[in-house]
Design a protein around this ligand. Structure first.
Ligand SMILES: NC(=O)c1ccc[n+]([C@@H]2O[C@H](COP(=O)([O-])OP(=O)(O)OC[C@H]3O[C@@H](n4cnc5c(N)ncnc54)[C@H](O)[C@@H]3O)[C@@H](O)[C@H]2O)c1
Length: 344
């Protein structure tokens, strides 16, 4: 696969390291509106063809697929252009800034028969797949109750007198749906994937905390949500809470999921420190004894995308799946405003 990297900021470096390690993948060009980021990235990864617009890269056109690592609001317009030019697309999450735009991307990709996948990073965690298998096998019985969290502390650590490239993540006017759009999408996927249950209705509380006087830095109005709490009902009638914050002092980037069934419980924790999957079932239930479960490695999203382009068959997580998550995010934003229960 000849791959064009679109957007060469922080996350693109992770993508490039991952793609560089996959046999048969060649990063042949890169695009960024920031010449500084573009040069630093291309020099680091030995990429010769450099473009300041996607249009210029498409006019050259000597690549099979686009890896879209631009900010959230840029995903939709650039992916639509890439698809129109017949390029397969691997896009960062969230797929778009709302479900309507996400569905336009789904339809354009499917109509053109192009491979379309989204980087829901935690699908790379082997224990998440093992958790899904355990729940699907009925080992913990019928799922009744779920608790999930995704905690980050980066906003608590920021110096707002010295703002950096992260400012767009705090501003709805710059295409951010806050914590909900940024990491809410991950924990919604983490939870529903492991539980094997879709969310059918929800309520949501959102909070944006004051950061600077006037809640504005230059053109950036700091209005994006920082914390959310979703209370959800799942397809089988189970209920759960899913919450997240980027003010969670002490937690750099941690997910925790607990699923309780009528035969046992499962707990999955993941962070920079590693991953722990534990199970409490059978005769361990009365004593509350939890035992670690190991998992075999799984292919990463990057590997799955390379294989999908080779075979021409989209793999999960697809645009369509990510658009479904986007519907949940849209609904959570509405519920966060009106404090009403909403059915999907
Ligand atoms: N999957 C994950 O775990 C994960 C983690 C971090 C970030 N992300 C996602 O990755 C994306 C990028 O995040 P980041 O932290 O790297 O942001 P960033 O701001 O560091 O990098 C974005 C880059 O895109 C460039 N850019 C902006 N508009 C462009 C355009 N029209 N054409 C070409 N380049 C353009 C910017 O100049 C910048 O270099 C976001 O959507 C974010 O949500 C995902």
């Amino acid at each position: 696969m000849r791959l064009l990297i679109l957007g060469t900021g922080r996350m693109a470096h992770n993508h490039a390291k991952a793609f560089a390690a996959i046999a048969g993948v060649e990063m042949v060009g890169a695009v960024d509106t920031s010449a500084e980021n573009l040069d630093a990235f291309c020099n680091a990864f030995g990429i010769e063809r450099r473009f300041v617009t996607l249009e210029a890269a498409l006019a050259w056109g000597d690549f099979d697929a686009v890896d879209n690592v631009t900010p959230d609001a840029v995903h939709h317009p650039t992916t639509m252009l890439a698809l129109a030019a017949g390029k397969h697309v691997f896009c960062e999450k969230p797929l778009a800034t709302n479900a309507d735009k996400a569905m336009e991307m789904v339809e354009a990709a499917e109509r053109a028969g192009l491979v379309n996948m989204v980087n829901l990073t935690y699908r790379n965690v082997a224990e998440l797949h093992k958790a899904r298998e355990i729940v699907a096998a009925g080992t913990i019985g019928a799922v009744k109750h779920i608790e999930a969290s995704y905690l980050q502390h980066w906003v608590a650590l920021r110096d707002f007198n010295d703002p950096g490239p992260w400012l767009w993540r705090l501003s709805t006017g710059h295409g951010s749906n806050g914590t909900l759009g940024d990491i809410g999408i991950h924990i919604l996927d983490f939870t529903t994937f492991a539980a094997g249950q879709d969310i059918v209705s929800m309520n949501c509380r959102l909070q944006t905390f004051a950061k600077v006087p006037g809640d504005r830095i230059g053109e950036y109005v700091l209005d994006a949500n920082d914390s959310f709490i979703i209370s959800a009902e799942f397809a089988n009638g189970a209920i759960g809470t899913i919450h997240s914050s980027r003010w969670a002092s002490g937690y750099a980037n941690d997910q925790r999921l607990r699923i309780y069934g009528d035969k046992g419980g499962l707990e999955l924790s993941h962070g920079h420190w590693g991953t722990l999957l534990r199970l409490c079932v059978g005769e361990d239930v009365p004593t509350g004894t939890w035992r670690e479960v190991k998992a075999e490695p799984v292919h990463t999203n990057y590997q799955r995308f390379a294989e999908a382009v080779r075979t021409g068959v989209t793999a999960e997580p697809s645009f369509r799946h990510a658009a479904g998550l986007q519907r949940l995010l849209d609904l959570a934003l509405v519920a966060g405003r009106d404090h009403q229960e909403h059915t999907i």
